[in-house]
Design a protein around this ligand. Sequence first.
Ligand code: NAD
Length: 354
Amino acid sequence: MMDSFTFPGLTTRVVFGAGTMARVEEEVRRLGHDKVMVLSTPHQKGDAERLAANLGGLAAGIFAGAVMHTPVETTEKAVDAFRGSGASAVVSLGGGSTTGLGKAIAVRTGADQVVIPTTYAGSEMTDILGETAAGEKTTRRSPDIRPETVIYDIDLTLSLPVSLTVTSAMNAIAHAMEAFYAPDRNPVVVLMCRDAMVAFRDGIPRLIGDPQDRTARTQALYAAWCCSTALGYVSMALHHKLAHVFGGSFDTPHAETHAILLPYTTAFNEAAVPDLLRPIAEAFGGGSAGGGLWDFAQSVGSPLSLKAIGIEEADLDRAAAIAVKNAYANPRPIDPGSIRELLQAAWEGRRPGD
Ligand code: NAD
């Protein structure tokens, strides 16, 4: 029970279900647009072309060049293409990389965004944009960045490879983990995150057995929406900071980095706020939240060590130094020694607490 809170209101329209791709035109027109540009990664270009064909005259063009971490050079090319096409909105079809490109275009041109997420990364419900320029990633928040409409279509997640299904779900769980103790959390977000833990816990193991299991895909996408909503309404702390350090300064893959760090950052903050992280502990085995997440990660074949994604032990000092450079809110005070210990455990892949 929270005895005081601020609820910021929900500003993104959400359409959720199977076959909802058929509603893109209706949703675009609802926003008052008659020309859109469809965005995707090179890998999902075929899907973007099929969507554009279905949209007929509504589609003014495709830009299939989205890449991870939203490099500014890519955005500049996409903005030129967007302006040249005469479109007034973007339809972003894909994971966080494509959503990021749509946000970067929107913030520069005022375009509206209809986002169709195909991973569980959770950028679609947020006002956050991370961009890379000259090898450095910076993040900002602004109401102009938040998408107008999100269309979740379960059918589009059937093709998500098992490994990305697992790490992307861990990425989403990380948003919930930090929302549970965020100083600006609210009861709606906490309820959604509780529900998401159970839905991922039940859904992900089933998807390893059968990636086409529609009930489990529905559970996972629903959970992803809950976690993305949480990320969009509250501030993040140590976990997202560390993921940012490795992604930004060591170029590690986004979802895997979140997946590996999650049990360790959870255990670190659990020492300070065990009650707030109890929903995670309860959902994942009833012991500790950090240990429970490590056990879950191991059981679903999620990568467990920084070593496994190419980080050298010698990199850990530098990573710890970057992580503590600027002060930021965290439920447990941060100091170089304890962060270095956390990173050592994450590098080795040791179960937290063992
Ligand atoms: P991604 O978007 O790069 O997707 C990974 C790969 O999987 C791509 O090649 C993509 O085309 C492919 N793919 C996506 N969905 C698929 C599907 N259903 N079937 C088959 N292939 C599919 O990866 P991601 O993990 O979704 O997103 C990572 C990016 O999102 C990072 O740049 C991260 O910073 C950003 N992000 C931002 C926020 C935010 O709020 N700003 C939140 C989460 C993630």
